[in-house]
Design a protein around this ligand. Structure first.
Ligand code: WTA
Length: 651
């Protein structure tokens, strides 16, 4: 799909849904007029706007300055001392809400656990003490590679409590991904589990860490949660069982007063080079941004049972499973496993069983549910739901309407939230009681967010003209850098259009000011909502001994949004065979994990490049999508390769 086609198809979408009146009546932001008024105030004086919100948290020392902005470096709440784990837990217990459920957990096999705020605080303190007992100090990066269990949240919060930044690695990533991230973060401690449940099978988390540790001497200590109970080659000395470490740990633990700008976590994400980048977030700005956006956009109320189905290994899990929700004192639901285990109605069964009120998921999941048919949802009583959300990729109007009708019973507002790992929290989204929604549009910027569409030269575009989505002013949750790579930080986000934050997305604003996101303009592909770099996948392919060169593109896919198509040139003398194709695909999965598995892999004599040596991805995308080439090939170096690429290799 070209940009022009995207614009056209979205322009045809004219349906508009006003906020339901009974929802609006009880909402934090109850009308369009209220949104407009607050938004004006937030843009006129963003600093006092955010300072007022920040004062609602617990500070060990107050901040003296709201914002220090030295482009591209922002510091928020300068001089303040606080702790996000304290604000997520101790604060609510002190306010008398210790018996309120903090976490409701459901494991894939079906067991459930509830932890009140008081119990969660106790567990976090015990584990924080355990971390200290194995020598973890403030500033040490701790790697977390765990299944979606309460202990994953406990581990993150325990790190935050003692000021040790966490680096969570998604459990679907494999060995090489662990090695790369541990090395880049210089992390000596890894927290993992014997395994996790996924579609009835055990994910070999421990084995992956064990292999990573064999390749990476930096790993000195591995803490292992017993989750699945399978046999593992436990290494006494290097390894410690979670339950043994915490057995005698006290359930009180002094909290570390962190500077507002102390690093809270690193989260690795794909960019337009072969190497994932460590996105750096700090304490206070991230806390204020995730807390306030969660409260307003999900319209959180004390008795909500909120469920975001994202894994904590992604930014969505950090911001809107853990920190933004617990800091509001609301119950957050965690589910360990797959949406279709044992059957396609699992999510709806969970919603009905736990009386979930707010549900947040990805368009790719919604499209899979749609394909499987509404009968799975119709089996369950979903009347507890009050609000639905989506995140991670554009939602097609058809899926939006299905979500609205089948899951939301036409009564729940839908918040289509646009943001990124780098933004820390949501920047563009409807406010459910105030903004009329349009299927496929993330609608309007949040308070204090100065979002615009620009051309390459930095000119703001008129309504309905496509361009680059940029943000002109810093916001509290903005990334503070790329770990150990200030140049890449400057280049990637602040140099494409000097002086503004460059998101890497193309979009347009319609005549009502609503944003319609069209997709990435860089070499990042969103596959089933997961962010992958084309060059990252290319280097994984090239590391197979039979491969000389590779080029990867994203092609439209009905369920996943995009799928990966790979073009592979073999080393001279190697025969292209179906077995070799399978072996290369399997190799990518071992290197990066199943999320990066190419859907198509074609052998070609060479990869088409421009005279300056850039892979012609547009052309490859066209071949992978249509099987032929019509586009402009004038800058192509070697025409003959095009013909050979277009010939689909025989199965
Ligand atoms: C895309 C996920 C359209 C976008 C929180 C962005 C979206 C990238 C939306 C960031 C949305 C996210 N509509 N596209 N509502 N939300 N995106 O870092 O391309 O995994 O740049 O963060 O996802 O992906 P990331």
């Amino acid at each position: 799909m070209t940009h022009a086609e995207t614009i056209e198809s979205r322009l045809q979408e004219t349906r508009k849904f006003e906020p339901p009146a009974d929802f609006a009546r009880q909402a934090h932001v109850p009308s369009r007029a209220a949104y407009d008024e607050t938004r004006r105030r937030s843009l006129d004086d963003p600093e006092s706007f955010w300072a007022d919100i920040a004062r609602g948290f617990h500070w060990f020392a107050p901040f003296s300055k709201t914002l220090e902005w030295n482009l591209p470096y922002a510091k928020w709440f300068v001089g303040g001392k606080t702790n996000i784990a304290y604000n997520c837990l101790d604060r609510h217990v002190a306010a008398g809400r210790g018996d309120h459920p903090a976490i409701i957990w459901e494991g894939e096999p079906g067991e459930t656990r509830k932890l009140t705020y008081r119990e969660l605080l106790g567990e976090v303190c015990r584990f924080a003490n355990a971390l200290r007992s194995i020598g973890v100090k403030k500033g040490d990066r701790v790697t977390i590679y765990m299944p979606m269990t309460p202990e994953l949240a406990i581990a993150m919060l325990a790190c935050a409590r003692i000021g040790a930044p966490h680096s969570v690695i998604f459990g679907g990533f494999s060995v090489q991904a662990i090695v790369d991230r541990v090395e880049d973060a210089e992390s000596h401690v890894v927290i993992t589990a014997d395994g996790g449940w996924r579609r009835g099978k055990i994910v070999p988390l421990y084995q992956n860490v064990d292999e990573a540790a064999a390749r990476c001497p930096l790993i000195k200590k591995v803490v292992v949660l017993r989750r699945t109970g399978n046999d593992i080659p436990f290494k006494p000395g290097r390894d410690a069982w979670w339950h043994e470490l915490t057995a005698n740990a006290a359930d009180a633990c002094p909290v570390e007063p962190c500077d507002a700008e102390d690093m809270l976590f690193l989260l690795y994400t794909s960019g337009s080079t072969g190497k994932p980048k460590g996105i750096l977030h700090t304490t206070a700005g991230y806390m204020v941004h995730t807390n306030y956006t969660a409260r307003m956009i999900f319209d959180l109320k004390p008795d909500d049972v909120y469920w975001c189905s994202a894994d904590a290994g992604w930014i969505t899990g950090h911001s809107y499973v853990i920190y933004g929700i617990l800091s509001n004192g609301v119950t957050t639901l965690l589910y360990e496993g797959a949406p279709n285990f044992p059957d396609w109605d699992r999510f709806w069964a969970i919603i009905a069983k736990h009386q979930v009120t707010k549900f947040y998921t990805a368009p790719t999941a919604i499209r899979s549910f749609m394909r499987e048919g509404r009968e799975h949802a119709d089996k369950h009583n979903l009347s507890s739901l009050k609000l639905l959300g989506t995140v991670g990729e554009p939602i097609n109007p058809e899926a939006w309407i299905w979500y609205h009708e089948v899951i939301g019973g036409r009564r729940c507002p839908i918040v289509d939230t646009w943001w990124q790992t780098e933004t820390g929290g949501i920047l563009i989204s409807p406010l459910p009681g105030a903004i009329a929604t349009k299927p496929g549009s993330a609608t309007l910027p949040f308070f204090g967010i100065d979002a615009v569409i620009m051309d390459r030269a930095g000119n703001v575009q008129p309504p309905n003209s496509g361009g680059f989505l940029c943000i002109r002013k810093p916001w509290p949750g903005i990334l503070r850098g790329i770990w150990r790579d200030p140049e890449r930080f400057q280049k990637q986000y602040w140099s494409e259009i000097p002086g503004v934050y460059f998101t890497g997305d193309s979009a347009r604003q319609d005549e009502d000011g609503c944003f319609w996101i069209m997709g990435r303009v860089d070499d990042v592909i969103k596959v089933a909502g997961h962010r992958l770099g084309t060059m990252e996948v290319e280097s994984a392919i090239v590391s197979h001994p039979a491969v000389a060169e590779a080029a990867v593109v994203g092609v439209p896919h009905e369920i996943k949004g995009n799928a990966i198509a790979a073009f592979v040139t073999l080393v001279t003398g190697t025969q292209p065979t179906p077995a070799l194709r399978d072996a290369i695909i399997a190799h990518v999965v071992t290197q990066l994990g199943a999320v990066a598995r190419p859907d198509q892999l074609r052998f070609s004599q060479a990869v088409p490049k421009t005279r300056s040596g850039k892979i012609m991805r547009r052309l490859l995308r066209e071949i992978a999508t249509t099987g032929e080439v019509k586009g402009d090939t004038t800058t192509l170096e070697d025409f003959s390769v095009v013909a050979s690429l277009a010939q689909k290799d025989e199965e």
